[in-house]
Each structure stands twice: as C-alpha cells, then as structure tokens.
Design a protein around this ligand. Structure first.
Ligand SMILES: O=C(O)CCC(=O)C(=O)O
Ligand SMILES: [Fe+2]
Length: 369
C-alpha cells in the first residue's frame, strides 16, 4: 500500500480491523490511545520539564513600542529586548499588539464552534488527498508518510489565507456562520503585527527594515492552522504535537487562555510557556533562521496532552511564496560570520520539511552549507 498522502482515517488501525478515527472521536470513546499514538522516545525521562509558574522568564515584548510612531530610547530598548529574546529563546509573548480582546475571543469562539460540529459536518471540509504535501488544506489529522510514524493527538483545520486568489473557500466552514468574517478580520490584524515584527527583527540586527519581507516576496504566504487537542487518557505516553520547529518565517500563536500544554526546548530543558490572556505568542521559524544566517534560531517546541481538558490553538504561519528563493542576507556575512545556509527554493525546502516534521525530525540541516 502506498501510504504517502493518506490520512489517518484511511489507514487500517493496528488495534482494530476498521478505519482509524479522527482524534476527537478516539477521545470521546475514552479508550487507551492506539499504539500508533504512543511515543517511542524516552525524551520525557531524559530532560527536565519546567512548569509554567517557574518559567516567568519567557520574554515579553511590547509591539506598540516597535511601531514607526514610537521613537527614541523606548524604541531602542524594545528593539534590543526583541533581539535578545529571539536570540536566546526564539520566541516571545507579544503585548501591545492592538488586536482587540473581543476579536481574540471571537476567533476562539468560532474555532470551538467548528470543532463542536458533528463529525459528518466537519468532514465536509476534509482535505483532498491529491493535494501536494506542502499545501494540504482542509480538515484532518496527521498525514501518514511512514509506517513507523508516531501520530499526534490532535485534529486540525488548515487554510491558506494569502495570496487571496489561491484561497480554497469551499474548505472554509460555514457554519459557524461568523467563521469566515472573523478569520478574515483576524488575519488582517495579525498580518499587520507580523509585518511590524519582521521589520523590527531586521532592524534589530542592523539590516534595512524590508530585508526579510522582500525575500518573502513582498506579501508573505500565510496559512492559518486551527489545532484541537482533545483530553487524552495517557498524557505520559502521547503528545499533542511532537517536538518540531516551524517551517515558515515567523508564527503567530493565539494561545488557549487556560491550558498550558505548550513547551519550548531551552538549555536542554522543556519549559512550559505560561498562558498570558490577551497576548500573542510569536516564534521564529526556519526561514528566518536561514535569512538571518542563524542569528535568530527557530525554537524546538512541542505540545503535551492532559487528561481533563480540551485545548484550542490558532497558529498563523508567515513564510515566503513557494517559488521564492531565500538565503542569508548579504549584510550579515563577512569573514568572521561565514555563510551558514545555502540559497534554497522555498518549495524545495518545504518538500523536505513536511515529511521530516511528521516524523519528528528537523529539516534545517538540509539547508546548511
Ligand atoms: O498548539 C500549540 O500550542 C502550538 C502549535 C504548533 O506548534 C504548530 O501548529 O506548529
Ligand atoms: Fe509549531
């Protein structure tokens, strides 16, 4: 059987002769997670896990201080903080981003309403198996690339937002009746935040502010991914999303206001990212690591599971258009800072990235010189 590009619903489960269900249904049945979801690593035993209340040091950046209207000392200080946050953590909590709390609540509401729909309703938006692995839009759980792959305890709805003319609106749910309008509204606002951050990042390391944005192709390619993590009877054995780094340029995450299941690997410890209602979590992804010649690092992160509570999360991925080529920005390379990455076509990178991501492996080494 060619297992490439099959979804979990289509491969025979090793625990039952029938078809695998989506994760939400597995969770409702409350059974032990099937063997395919059980992690094989002994990671959790080897590395220390630091709970959120002890990890107050996840950096916080006030986006309003990075705006053109802001000036002087305040702006310089915030820029310095941004640089150091990205250099040491690769992520930060963004406050002062000016997206109204009511809109953040609305997007959480429509997301919840979607995942609360009966399974047959949600399956109307199931992604098409003919689609390329780099553009698998629609509803589903993990794509299977290998028989050995350990599956994640999450379902998701993945939609391209930009370029607008490439949107597949038949995959945008309706109902929930406000889904499309709310996602469009949020995308515009989050897009402005992404632009401010990409510019500030470039300036913070002495580059012209459009350096990264220009490499992305002016207007970045944007995907939204709604993640749904049902409760899991065996959090000791199952991940919501296995350890990975993101493949775009930056990611903006709208966090669940209450469930702290996201962890970031720092100094060889898994640090829980605390919930910060109203803040956005922004992380560097591989394309910025390449364009910044490794000054900014794409952090490894993962989602654990818990027994009691479901969790929702919206990730917006900003990256270069598929046909673009990216490389370390010229001004960053000199005798003492040699080039660390090759020039890579983004589509080629993502074709390497996605299968590795699904297997819990990193792609960035592929782009190294
Ligand atoms: O759900 C989360 O907290 C993070 C999701 C994530 O890492 C991703 O979608 O790439
Ligand atoms: Fe991620």
């Amino acid at each position: 059987m060619d297992v490439n590009h099959l979804t979990t619903e289509e491969i025979p489960s090793s625990s039952s002769p029938g078809l695998l269900k989506n994760v939400q249904e597995l969770a409702i049945d409350g059974e032990e997670p099937p063997p395919r979801y059980i992690r094989k690593d002994s990671d959790h035993k080897e590395k220390k896990q630091v709970p959120a209340h002890e990890s107050l040091s996840v950096p916080i950046i006030d986006v309003s201080r990075l705006l053109p209207a802001s000036s002087g000392r305040e702006k310089e200080d915030e820029m310095e903080k941004l640089k150091s946050a990205l250099n040491s953590w690769g992520l930060f909590q963004a406050i002062g981003h000016s997206i109204p709390k009511s809109l953040l609540d609305d997007i959480n509401d429509v997301s919840k309403q979607f995942f609360d729909l009966p399974i047959e309703e949600k399956q109307r938006y199931t992604r098409s198996e003919e689609d390329e692995i780099v553009d698998l839009q629609g509803y589903g759980s993990d794509t299977i690339v290998s028989d050995d792959q350990v599956l994640d305890w999450s379902d998701r709805l993945y939609l391209l937002i930009q370029p607008q003319e490439q949107q597949k609106l038949r995959l945008w749910p309706d109902p929930p009746s406000h889904f499309r309008r709310t996602l469009n509204e949020y995308s515009v606002k989050a897009g402005s935040v992404a632009e401010v951050i990409l510019k500030a990042m470039a300036r913070s390391i002495g580059l012209e502010e459009y350096s990264f944005i220009n490499q992305l192709g002016g207007q970045p390619m944007v995907y939204a991914r709604f993640n749904y993590y049902p409760p899991c009877s065996r959090p000791d054995l199952v991940y919501g999303i296995k350890a990975h780094a993101d493949g775009g340029a930056i990611t903006i995450l709208l966090q669940d206001p209450e469930v702290e299941d996201l962890q970031v690997l720092k100094d060889d410890q898994w640090i829980s990212v605390p919930c910060m209602p109203g803040a956005l979590l922004i992380n560097v992804a591989d394309q910025v690591q390449i364009m910044s010649n490794g000054i900014f690092k794409s952090p490894i992160h993962r989602v654990v599971t818990n027994k009691e509570r479901e969790r929702l999360y919206l990730a917006m991925f900003y990256g270069a258009k598929f046909d673009k080529e990216i490389e370390p920005t010229a001004g960053l390379i000199n005798e003492s800072n040699p080039r660390m990455f090759r020039k890579v076509k983004v589509k080629d990178y993502l074709e390497v990235f996605f299968p590795k991501y699904l297997l819990g492996e990193r792609a960035i080494d592929w782009a190294k010189v």
